[in-house]
Design a protein around this ligand. Structure first.
Ligand code: KG4
Ligand code: ZN
Length: 355
């Protein structure tokens, strides 16, 4: 019976068929739903969860509860904004992983129910692939990178350099051995007494400070891997030492501290990218993930175009941090290549980039 249901849902993609994909993202603390017409974004609604600010980080149990509250209204908003009736939808795409299991379960269960109720196919999406393929969304000021390209994915949970040979052919060349770069921003911000998520705040204060005011050690990590936990510790010791001599040290120097931290992080990221370009000979560079909203990494990449002849691809801000639009574009390419999910699929907290 169940098998019969599934076989009814699985379509053969037709040439020139217009596809309407409803995409759902719920891997961390943003509930997001998007509607795409082929590779064009019709709507991309994001409900960010403010509840975590007072705890200084994402509380998994609170995140999944907030997803449960948000998912239905956010879906209605996305459909209304796109001016699409649910009966017009061709498929439901959803984030299967990686992420917080409780959060992923909300999106996964909702996606499965919608797919069953509307009798349309289900498409599972890898969140990290989505951060990379977000570049293929057709939107103003966005151009798609040419294959092969190198993707630097920098978020709150990941830091990777990936060689992207085709939409679904990716190879991790290097990654963090401990903290992700977003964590390095957020934990440094916490040490400075800034609220969560501190990355965007460090960026704001850094714009007003001197990046060479203070020097922090750059980790010596082999090959194309990263390590950020040592940086966090050295910032902690530095701040403890300074505030023991001057309790107002942070307030008096906030912009300079933020600028120096940001300079160090961007220097580490750019150093590894240069190494990756040298190793692979690939000069098409795309960035993705929440930290790609950072103004200095964006500027450093633009400078590299002139200085090193790279072609750089930086997504619009709305496609940097977690959003369902990027899930939808992967859904679109998976639909076109006939990659559909079974309804007994389950959320995966750890999920290999190529799965
Ligand atoms: O991709 P994302 O929205 O969620 C994850 O999958 O983790 O990334 C969130 C991360 C947070 O650590 C946040 O502080 C960081 O991206 N972030 C930034 C900026 N905007 C967001 N970090 C530095 N500068 C920014 N402008
Ligand atoms: Zn993300």
């Amino acid at each position: 019976m169940f098998y019969l249901c599934l076989s009814i849902f699985i379509p053969k993609p037709l040439e020139n068929e217009t596809l309407y994909i409803l995409a759902i993202e719920s891997s961390c603390d943003d509930t997001s739903v998007a509607v795409l017409k082929n590779d064009i974004m019709l709507s991309n609604v994001v409900a960010s969860q403010k509840i975590h600010e007072e705890y200084g980080g994402v509380v998994p149990e609170l995140a999944s509860r907030a997803h449960q509250q948000n998912i239905v209204p956010v879906t209605y908003q996305a459909l209304a904004k796109a001016n699409i009736d649910k009966k017009q939808l061709s498929a439901i795409a959803f984030t299967r992983g990686p992420g917080l299991l409780g959060s992923l379960l909300v999106g996964t269960s909702f996606a499965k129910s919608l797919s069953l109720a509307l009798e349309i196919p289900l498409i599972e999406v890898n969140h990290m692939q989505a951060h990379i393929l977000a570049h293929f969304i057709k939107a103003e000021n966005m151009k798609a990178p040419e294959f092969p390209f190198l993707a630097l994915t920098i978020s709150g949970g990941h830091t990777q350099i990936v060689k992207v040979k085709d939409y679904f052919d990716m190879e991790i060349l290097g990654q963090t051995l401990d903290d992700a770069v977003g964590e390095a921003f957020d934990k440094s911000a916490k040490i400075l007494g800034l609220p969560y998520p501190g990355g965007p705040l460090i960026d704001q204060y850094a714009a007003m400070g001197n990046p060479h005011a203070f020097e922090f050690p750059k980790p010596k990590v082999k090959d194309l891997n990263f390590s950020f936990s040592g940086l966090k510790t050295s910032i902690l010791y530095f701040i403890q030492k300074q505030t023991s001599q001057n309790p107002d040290f942070i307030t008096e120097n906030l912009a300079d501290i933020c600028a120096s931290i940001q300079f160090t992080i961007v220097h580490i990221l750019m150093g590894k990218l240069k190494k990756a370009v040298k190793k692979t000979g690939i000069k098409n560079i795309a960035i993705g993930g929440g930290v790609s909203a950072n103004s200095d990494i964006r500027k450093a990449l633009k400078d590299a175009e002139k200085e090193m002849g790279w072609n750089t691809y930086v997504p619009n801000f709305e496609f940097c941090t977690d959003n369902a639009g990027m899930i939808g574009i992967v859904g679109y390419y998976k639909f076109k290549s006939g990659q559909f999910a079974e309804h007994d699929t389950s959320a995966k907290a750890r999920y290999n980039l190529n799965s």
